[in-house]
Design a protein around this ligand. Structure first.
Ligand code: FAD
Length: 580
């Protein structure tokens, strides 16, 4: 060991102590836990302290006169969850990840153990905003305008823009003056990662070489290339818990009960109103009531599950499980996700990429850089450094909506020592990829932005402890196959640019097991490959669809109230983009 390496190890030790001290300070910011009394009445009861629930509860509690109860199944967030590079490791924990899996299929997720894709979801204060990759992306203005045209008043981009601005403090200096699109006083900080590999810079140059502009994809035009904008402050994650609940910790009207699993929403059958919830905390059943509203924010899997267990859902399905039907609504239908193809890694000649085995080696400077100063590659969210939004149907069109996102990772998916396991890839594939553990490289995940395929979520039992059946139906619609094919070709063309070739980029071209009968690089080969290495990008949505009363596929109205003739006072929040 040379002198420099020894100093790195010593600095690592000092940095670890400093970081632990900071962590203690951070833990003191959590809203304290309490046990509600059986029968207690609050004005608002919010179910789920995730991205939506933490925000709603904190905002409501700004009104001193109302009492708000926030119920969360998971436990405290801690500072170890906020280390950007290690984001995917969080999925290993049973404590903070619901660990859902899709139903086994013979059409997609074929390269995963049991032909099932892993569907992680946060079970912790902050919900999935604690497990997510922190990429802040609003979606295109035209999407919101289309929702408004479909009868969803208040959802046009001009209407939602003020909330996007209100929630953020944009920490990207060159965007701070753009007050049309950005806010500088909101609780949620958004920044570029503090570190970029030379490969990420090359990726942006590749974009220019291909005729794309560099854009602020949360600004006027979305199509183009950019570093990722991330919900990161001072090199660490900013979850909704940290952004909204920590500052509200001293409010006396905000009550939080953690490790509390809601079993069902209580509905008065005479008035047709949601009046309370039943939950279980430390083996004890507790009922609480709401004088104003129950706000359901359990996410795109938890919300439909709870609605169905409470009698709101497809009548036939509920009858089969012996659940009394309160309202026949298409809850759990219309499931969609941003599916990606996880098989495009390039190797490069020199050690210029982010490689986990280097990062965690204490003789290298990376750990101490993060622990002492929150700088260096550990501040990059899951090594996702940059992205491109493109329209493969018309590559010269630089306005309007994209149909593919290319997510650039400054490291090798195939060569990572842990990521393929976390993603669920089977043994046969991981063995083929083992040879990349010693190489350096980069990856593009082409991702479908407007999937036409729709899946569903259904109950498997009248029991909150039984995970629901999840059928994403990836690539069910042949147009999705075609668009993904175009996305793959677009990613390959990035690898062929001068900017990427400068590094000696070589596309790894191992044939996927099961696809041997197709000629490599043919249409049929790539179709087989995408059905094998289908990756969820974790944007499950659409299962409590919003729409006007006349829409037979809608579950909630444009004010997000469950569509019951007599206006059931409950609300279903879920991810707001790509609802259709
Ligand atoms: C691994 C991963 C990476 C992602 N990356 C990104 C990204 O980079 N950018 C991006 O924009 N989006 C990303 N997403 C998606 C994004 O995080 C979610 O869309 C968003 O967090 C959803 O917010 P939500 O409030 O609807 O649900 P959640 O944040 O999941 O919150 C739901 C909460 O409800 C609780 N809950 C559920 N059921 C019950 C019950 N019965 N009783 C009590 N509590 C309950 C859960 O524990 C959870 O805390 C990612 C998601 C994941 C999982």
């Amino acid at each position: 060991m040379n002198g420099r390496e020894l100093i790195n190890i010593l600095d690592f030790g000092i940095g670890a102590l400093y970081f632990l001290q900071q962590g203690q300070h951070y833990m003191n910011h959590e809203v304290p836990d309490m046990v509600p009394q059986f029968g207690a009445v609050y004005d608002f009861v919010v179910i789920g302290a995730g991205t939506a629930g933490a925000t709603i509860a904190a905002r409501l509690s700004e009104i001193h006169q109302v009492e708000v109860l926030l119920i969360e199944a998971g436990s405290k967030e801690n500072f170890l969850m906020d280390i950007p590079l290690l984001v995917y490791m969080l999925q290993l924990s049973d404590d903070i990840n619901w660990k859902y899996q899709t139903k086994s299929s013979n059409k997609y997720c074929l390269g995963m153990e049991g032909n099932r894709c892993n569907w992680p979801r946060g079970k912790v204060m902050g919900g999935s905003s604690v497990l997510n990759y922190m990429i802040a992306s609003r979606g295109g203005a035209e999407d919101y305008d289309r929702w408004a045209k479909m009868g969803n008043e208040g959802w046009a981009y001009k209407d939602v823009l003020k909330y996007f601005k209100k929630l953020e403090t944009i920490d990207i200096p060159e965007l701070q003056s753009d007050t049309i699109y950005h806010g500088t006083k909101g609780p949620l900080h958004i920044s570029y990662p503090l570190f970029h590999t030379s490969l990420a810079k090359a990726f942006l140059n590749a974009g220019k070489e291909l005729g794309y502009p560099l854009v602020d994809y949360n600004g006027k035009n979305i199509i183009g290339f950019s570093y990722v904008q991330a919900t990161i402050v001072n090199g660490t994650r900013m979850s909704s818990n940290r952004a909204y609940l920590h500052p509200a910790r001293n409010r006396r009207n905000l009550h939080v009960t953690r490790e509390s699993r809601v079993k069902k929403v209580l509905i008065n059958r005479h008035t047709n109103r949601a009046i309370g919830v039943e939950f279980i905390k430390h083996h004890q059943i507790i009922r609480v009531f709401a004088s104003k509203e129950i706000i359901l924010c359990a996410g795109a899997i938890g919300s439909p599950q709870l609605l169905m267990l409470s009698g709101i859902g497809p009548a036939k399905h509920l009858n089969e499980l012996g659940i009394n039907v309160v309202r026949d609504l298409p809850v759990g239908e219309n499931l969609m996700d941003h599916v990606a193809f996880g098989g495009l890694t390039w190797t490069v000649d020199d050690p210029v990429s982010i490689r986990l085995t280097d990062i965690i080696n204490p003789t290298y400077p990376y750990m101490k850089d993060f622990l002492m100063r929150q700088s260096g590659p550990i501040t990059v969210p899951g090594a996702c450094e940059a992205l491109a939004f493109i329209d493969t149907k018309n590559s010269t069109k630089l306005h309007g909506l994209p149909n593919i996102e290319l997510l650039f990772i400054g490291g090798e998916l195939k060569g990572d020592i842990i990521l393929p396991i976390i993603l669920g890839f089977n043994n046969a594939i991981r063995q083929i990829w083992n040879k990349y553990i010693i190489t350096y490289g980069w990856t593009i995940l082409p991702m479908l932005l407007k999937p036409k395929s729709r899946g569903w979520i259904r109950l498997l039992a009248n029991d909150i402890n039984v995970k629901p059946e999840i059928v994403p139906n990836y690539f069910d619609n042949p147009e999705d196959v075609k668009t993904m094919m175009d996305g793959i070709k677009a990613a390959i063309s990035v690898g062929q640019t001068k900017a990427m070739k400068l590094f000696g980029s070589q596309l790894t071209n191992d044939t996927f097991p099961g696809c041997e009968n197709y000629e490599y690089d043919s249409y049929d080969y790539w179709e087989c490959a995408m059905r094998t290495a289908s990756l969820s990008i974790y944007h499950y949505s659409g299962t409590c669809k919003m729409g006007p009363k006349e829409d037979p596929t809608a579950v909630v109205d444009p004010r997000l109230k469950v569509l019951l003739k007599d206006a059931l006072e409950s609300t279903c929040f879920f991810q707001i983009y790509n609802k259709y």
